[in-house]
Design a protein around this ligand. Structure first.
Ligand code: NAD
Ligand code: MN
Length: 506
């Protein structure tokens, strides 16, 4: 039906085959009307590695119809929780079986180190599927006493229906798992739109969906441009919910499209400009290590990137020294090289965008204490760059950069530190480093963020909710909280004895 591409993995002397069509009803099919393709690049080499179908809005209609039919027949309320659980565990086992190949494909298209893709992104994705497989047969409502005599009520947590899921390019497999797992656990069906920059692993995972034995139409995947397939999903009148991760600007468009169409439920995981506070009592070596992880992990292409650090005056100089020497150890390179700690940026557009910020930081008078120099090699590599002497009016302090660019400011008092940290329109993550337990409790309460890390940073867990305050988003992923995003609560009022006298007499 549709075609397959064989992608060479240069350093490993092998090929990975990927179906390049749309995945609908458990089959790879061509577009109904689009001759457009999406070119996929290797960001380490700047070479095109594959072209896949660019789905149209008519393809979205076909995928939504498939998901609706599955919801009404084989999935939704037609399948038991333990059957959903069994299939999800099977899928997790297959991903575990194929994790090396999936990791190499992720590295080819995204650039991140193979070991990071395999052991962190994919390792966490397997765990995420198993975590939600555990929930699938434990979805329960409440029984509610109304008057203890003639009436009672109960609630049912029903699957919300057909879900459109729109994911970004920074964690292609991991975001797939975070979206798919809770939706499947409660009985929803899915139309997945991967990022047009990184559609390959979602297509590869689709093969495993068939092998695991999911009924046709439960999970459909439509590679497409955001402005085409993403917009069509967000505006679709037969989609019950959109789950999105990406930029705040796109999140705004999705809410608007939902409002103008069928008022579908929307959850948004958006950007951030997350602060970390280094107090004078902190273990400075440890704080520097966590800070390095915060800005260098995934080469800073992380919604929770700890991109603003504020250090207490008394330890400011010492901390900068420790931090610079810690961050200097980061090796940015080809993801197939075992020494690489972080890959290239994802694309030419992101590369130019990040350099735009570094140039702006210099122009606005911030001081470069590490990095800030271009390499003259192929690939979208940017070395970690640290600015000091910043003030809150600078672009590098206000805007999300999505690269390994850190700005460091200073504070005298705890009150000032909290004010600086909260001086942003975002509210995704925040970190604080201190050995004063009262201070940790006080400050973690005052920070305006969906996640606060105390004496660590960037570590997430499948059983702990994740999401944003302020303009970093709406709703929560992970943990039991994510189940609420995919369920609709039905209240059933049951009369077991009341006789109604009509008309009412008072
Ligand atoms: P984006 O928000 O445009 O893309 C994310 C997803 O949304 C992709 O699947 C894309 O196809 C889709 N999309 C785009 N326009 C759409 C529309 N009108 N309707 C529906 N879906 C649409 O992000 P980007 O352009 O790839 O990156 C730009 C910036 O966004 C980055 O520099 C970064 O600041 C931020 N970003 C954040 C995250 C995150 O994890 N929070 C991820 C990626 C990018
Ligand atoms: Mn965009």
């Amino acid at each position: 039906m549709s075609s397959t591409v064989k992608i060479p993995v240069p350093t490993l002397n092998k090929e990975i085959s990927v179906s390049t069509g749309l995945f609908i009803n458990n089959e790879f099919v061509p577009s109904v009307d689009s001759a457009e393709v999406i070119q996929c690049f290797n960001p380490a080499t700047e070479q095109v590695i594959a072209s896949v179908v660019a789905g149209s809005s008519k393809d979205i209609d076909v995928a939504v119809a498939a998901a609706r039919l599955a919801f009404k027949t084989t999935w939704g309320k037609n399948v038991t929780g333990w059957e959903r659980s069994r299939l999800m565990n099977k899928l997790a086992d297959l991903i575990e079986r194929d994790k090396q190949e999936l990791a190499e494909l992720e590295t080819l298209n995204n650039g991140k180190p193979v070991a990071v893709a395999r052991d962190f992104d994919i390792g966490d994705s397997i765990q995420c599927l198993r975590y939600y497989a555990g929930w699938a047969d434990k979805i329960t409502g409440q029984t509610i006493e109304v008057d203890n005599k003639s009436k009672m009520a109960f609630t049912r947590h029903e699957p919300i229906g057909v879900c459109g899921q729109i994911i970004p390019w920074n964690y292609p497999i991991n975001m797939w798992a975070w979206k798919v797992a809770p939706a499947l656990a409660v009985g929803c069906t899915i139309v997945m739109k991967p990022s047009e920059i990184t559609p390959l692993t979602a297509l590869k995972l689709s093969e495993l969906v068939v092998e695991a034995g999911f009924p046709p139409g439960v999970i459909n995947t439509v590679p497409s441009l955001g402005s085409v397939g993403g917009a069509a999903l967000a505006a679709h009148n037969d989609v019950d919910k959109i789950a999105f991760t990406g930029s705040t600007i796109t999140g705004r468009k999705i809410m608007e499209a939902a409002a103008k169409s069928n008022l579908k439920k929307v959850s948004l995981e958006l950007g951030g400009k997350s602060p970390q506070l280094i107090f004078e009592s902190a273990d400075l070596q440890q704080a520097a290590a966590w800070a390095a992880l915060g800005i260098c992990y995934n080469t800073g292409q992380d919604c929770t990137a700890g991109s603003r650090i504020y250090v207490q005056d008394s330890v400011y100089d010492k901390f900068i020294d420790v931090l610079v020497s810690t961050v200097k150890e980061t090796v940015i390179g080809d993801g197939f090289d075992n020494n690489t700690g972080g890959g290239p940026l994802i694309s030419k557009a992101q590369f130019d965008r990040v350099w735009g910020y570094i140039d702006a930081g210099k122009a606005e008078g911030a001081k470069v204490v590490l990095g800030g120099e271009r390499r003259n090699t192929k690939g979208y590599f940017v070395d970690p760059t640290i600015f000091t002497d910043v003030d809150s009016s600078m672009k590098i302090v206000k805007e999300e950069i999505f690269g390994p660019v850190l700005s460091i400011g200073r504070f005298k008092t705890e009150e000032e530190a909290v004010a600086l940290a909260n001086n942003t329109t975002y509210g995704l993550g925040a970190g604080l480093h201190s050995t004063d337990a009262s201070q940790c409790m006080r400050v973690s309460g005052l920070l305006e963020a969906g996640t606060v890390w105390v004496n660590q940073y960037n570590i997430l867990s499948n059983n702990v909710p994740f999401g944003g305050k302020k303009q970093s988003g709406i709703g929560r992923e992970l943990g039991s909280y994510a189940l609420e995003e995919y369920t609709s609560v039905k209240a059933v009022h049951w009369n077991i004895g009341e006789k109604l006298q009509w008309p009412l007499s008072f």
